[in-house]
Design a protein around this ligand. Structure first.
Ligand SMILES: N[C@@H](CCC(=O)N[C@@H](CS)C(=O)NCC(=O)O)C(=O)O
Length: 214
């Protein structure tokens, strides 16, 4: 398998953590996203949407969209399982994950930031407000769910790491990248600290990947 990735991509991070958790063998191909390599025809031939990540299977088929890829990995290598055994639990985990992956992260990606600044003329301060509002409102919603549910345990859902934790960690990486303060969300922060202490999350951290600033 070839995992098309970049240290700065939060969506790639979600797949990187899943790969680290379930140990599926793969090769990493770094795409220089900040330099625009993902927009070139060579990468569009891999993923016509021109976004990271992508996962090329050994038979040549290419999987796209991080949540679909993580669920694929969970299906082919279900140890540890990234989704709970019960339907309501799976819905809760997917719901928590999607607050980040569907409702928040799309507002932050490079092409949206470029559109806001280059096409619509937003200045740095206004852009930071945009990012801050998106990230705070997402984390506020996640925190409210986590803090109010008896299903929350040491991790987002009980005592097993799930897709919700992968997305929570990704959300807090965005807080780090955009220099925001997450202290108003103590349940989320405490869970993330537990996650970052796990070898898979530690090894997958963006700042430990090739190309990351030293
Ligand atoms: N929903 C997609 C998001 C993919 C995405 O937008 N990836 C970003 C990096 S995190 C990207 O490649 N953006 C390129 C761009 O904005 O030009 C997923 O979860 O895979």
């Amino acid at each position: 398998m070839i995992f098309y990735s970049n240290w700065r991509s939060l969506a790639a991070d979600r797949v990187r953590v899943a790969l680290a958790l379930n140990g599926v063998p793969h090769e990493v191909k770094v795409i220089d996203m900040l330099g625009g390599e993902h927009l070139k025809p060579e990468f569009r031939a891999v993923n016509p949407q021109a976004v990271l990540p992508a996962l090329q299977l050994d038979d040549g088929r290419v999987l796209f969209q991080s949540m679909a890829i993580v669920e694929y990995l969970d299906e082919i290598a279900p140890t540890p399982p990234l989704l709970p055994a019960d339907a309501a639990g799976r819905a809760r985990v997917r719901g928590l994950a999607l607050i980040h992956a569907a409702d928040t992260h799309p507002l932050l990606v490079p092409k949206v930031r470029t559109h806001l600044t280059k096409d619509l003329g937003l200045g740095d301060e206004a852009l930071q407000k945009w990012l801050s509002r998106a990230l705070h409102s997402g984390l506020e919603a996640i925190e409210a769910q986590l803090a109010s549910s008896k299903d929350t345990g040491p991790y987002c859902h009980g005592d097993q790491v799930t897709l919700a934790d992968i997305c929570l960690a990704s959300h807090l990486l965005a807080f780090m990248f955009f220099k925001l303060d997450a202290s108003a969300y103590p349940t989320a922060v405490a869970i993330n600290e537990r996650l970052q202490a796990l070898p898979a999350f530690a090894a997958a951290h963006p700042l430990k990947q090739p190309g990351a600033p030293g």
